[in-house]
Design a protein around this ligand. Structure first.
Ligand code: BF8
Length: 635
């Protein structure tokens, strides 16, 4: 395929021309080399959970209908899906755990490299959790909040974790509890939905999908939802709230997006991955007078920190740091030849980056005990020694600068400005402190509804094509779009998050955005910040006294790649939202599982999945859902 068929981003197309010329491997070339991909894997009908297997079931009904143990296609598909949700929830939640543990260490004085930047948010979170704040010291309250958060991971009882009970909107909480009763009546079995310990729900999946355990697609799907709800209303929420406490709640600011943020005259240090615990420190040191001086000593003007993927989202939301791109830009950034160091922590890091970096002067630096990549330079990051290690990382980038080969440097000049930083707090502040004005413009039809878009790039989809076409199509129809993750970076790169984008919105949405001085497409943060979308949806539902499923709100992951996206989609569905997916998840090998997720879920939960390949058809479907919900609300 031609470069412009692989990505709609002109900066990517320019880099892919270089890549083709030089013969670099990319995700796109490796995808091509993988063709044809395994049909059983795509349908979800292969099982290698025991050593009598691997077994597979032909959807065309040629060959055996059961694996060696007797598991059929429904069981296999449901088990595989559950394991995806478990892995996704683990990644988000383990991230949340680390931040909660850091908060505890800061509160107890064991860690003095970090501080509590935002005591106001701390007090709000504490109050929400029912922790006394009146007349108490900041660190004392922080210790209590951290204790509650940490306890949510290891809770052993049957009770729902406090973060979920304190943050879930009232009617949803009731509905999920009632549904447990309904499912018990329907099946005679105990099928829970409310998350108990965050870790426990993951272990539960690993246990019940072990050889010879759960074979029922319904209870397997239910446990996937429960585990995912423990991510959304647990692990991810804890990550977001504790990060806001430690590093600040995002406020509105303007940044630049795309590869043009790399600077020929500076030491370029790209942070990639997910956890601001690392990237905040790297940024702090990169901006220090000492490191600026060190950069000048090697002939650079300073150190230019830019982000990629979700750690990029964390930094742009809180610190106004420019972002070089989303997932499929990670290899392209290195190919510019202008990156001195790419510093990564966990998740969404192609192992290929190590080899590719070795073609340049780029130091590819891994920092997490959970992400070791052969060929990388590993500098182990320890929170208790964060300053010294971050300083060393920045110095390593500076030391690489003299090795840059000017003949290999090409930085595509594309950048777009983006207004970012729309935390729930900022959205409410823009509205004058209450959801009333938003409710009003939705009620009177000026805005029809809201769509939240999340997720990744996927080499199977032309990069950013679905994200951008769907977003443009929705705002044109007076539907407000907000979201996170690699979608948000796609929207930022395409200029959809600057005020000029108001011109692309329908008349109602345009008028509202002009009045509030905001773009029609709002950046709510990283993927763990999908919890901000849950909190916003919950606030609207509680404000109106309805369940979330009644709201004219729809979700989408149009270029999803990772298991985390399965967890996010599942907790949106469990929270009552219809969720669009593309590409098709590996479930079609089981008509039963497909029906549960696309039909039965609608009856039971209000939320459900639907799959659609075409962006305009997706927007049609979303608009129809929104109009149906509006009628339901009597609008
Ligand atoms: O957590 S959107 S490719 S970077 S998984 Fe990964 Fe997907 Fe990007 Fe962030 Ni989210």
């Amino acid at each position: 395929t031609r470069p412009d068929q692989r990505s709609v981003d002109p900066a990517a197309a320019a880099m892919l021309k270089i890549s083709d010329r030089e013969g670099f491997d990319t995700a796109w070339s490796r995808l091509e080399a993988q063709q044809p991909q395994c049909g059983y894997g795509q349908l979800g009908t292969c099982c290698r959970n025991c050593s009598m297997g691997p077994c597979r079931i032909d959807p065309l009904e040629e060959g055996p209908r059961r694996g060696v143990c007797g598991a059929n296609a429904d069981t296999m598909v449901a088990r595989n899906l559950a394991r995806m949700a478990a892995a996704g929830a683990s990644a988000h939640s383990d991230h949340g755990r680390k931040v909660a543990l850091l908060l505890k260490d800061v509160a107890s004085g064991r860690n003095t490299d970090y501080t509590i930047f935002n005591p106001d948010k701390l007090m709000v979170v504490a109050a929400r959790l029912g922790i006394a704040t009146e007349g108490r010291e900041t660190l004392e309250v922080a210790g209590d909040v951290a204790d509650v958060a940490i306890a949510c991971f290891g809770a052993q009882g049957e009770e729902t974790i406090p973060f979920s009970t304190s943050y879930m909107p009232e009617k949803r909480l009731e509905l999920l509890k009632d549904l447990e009763g309904t499912l018990a009546e329907m099946t005679g079995a105990r099928i829970g939905l409310m998350p108990r310990g965050i870790d426990r729900e993951v272990v539960d999946i690993m246990h019940r999908t072990h050889f010879g355990c759960d074979a029922d697609p319904l209870s397997l799907v239910a446990q996937s939802l429960r585990c995912s709800l423990g991510d959304g209303w647990g692990g991810s929420l804890i990550a977001t709230e504790c990060q806001d406490i430690l590093f600040g709640t995002p406020t509105v600011r303007t940044i630049k997006a795309n590869l043009g943020v790399l600077d020929t005259d500076m030491v370029n240090l790209v942070v990639h991955g997910h956890e601001p615990v690392l990237s905040e420190k790297v940024l702090e040191w990169a901006r220090s007078p000492e490191m600026t001086e060190a950069a000048r000593a090697v002939g650079a003007k300073g150190v230019n920190v830019v982000g990629l993927c979700c750690t990029g989202n964390e930094l742009l939301m809180r610190q106004g740091v420019n972002v070089a791109g989303n997932l499929l830009h990670s290899e392209l950034a290195i190919m510019t030849g202008a990156v001195e160091a790419m510093v990564v922590d966990v998740q969404c890091i192609f192992p290929s980056l190590a080899d590719l970096s070795s073609c340049f002067h780029t130091r590819f630096i891994t920092t997490s005990e959970q992400t070791n990549i052969p060929g990388a330079l590993h500098i182990q990051f320890e929170e208790h020694d964060a300053n010294a290690i971050a300083r060393r990382i920045v110095q390593t980038a500076i030391d690489a600068f003299p090795g840059r080969n000017a003949a290999k440097v090409y930085i595509p000049q594309e950048t777009e400005e983006a207004m970012v930083g729309f935390s729930v707090e900022q959205i409410l502040a823009a509205l004058g402190g209450t959801p009333d004005p938003l409710v009003e413009v939705i009620a009177n039809g000026t805005i029809k509804g809201v769509v939240g878009i999340v997720g990744c790039n996927n080499a199977k989809v032309q990069q950013d094509f679905f994200h951008l076409s769907l977003t443009r199509e929705l705002i044109k129809r007076d539907i407000l779009v907000l979201g996170t993750g690699c979608w948000a970076i796609a929207a930022a790169k395409a200029g959809l998050m600057n005020l000029d984008a108001q011109q692309q919105a329908g008349p109602g949405l345009k008028a509202v955005c002009e009045q509030l001085g905001i773009p029609p497409v709002l950046h709510m943060g990283s993927c763990v910040d999908c919890s901000r979308m849950l909190v916003l949806t919950g606030a609207l539902a509680d404000h109106l006294g309805v369940d979330t499923a009644a709201l004219p709100v729809v979700g989408s992951a149009p270029e999803w790649t990772t298991e985390k996206a399965v967890a996010i989609g599942s907790y949106f569905v469990g929270s009552g939202l219809p969720v669009h997916l593309w590409p098709v998840p590996p479930i079609l090998g089981s008509p039963v599982v497909t029906k549960i997720l696309t039909e039965s879920a609608k009856d039971l939960l209000g939320g459900y999945f639907f799959v659609e390949e075409d962006p305009v058809a997706t927007a049609d479907r979303m608009e129809a859902i929104i109009m149906e919900k509006r009628v339901g609300l009597g609008l």
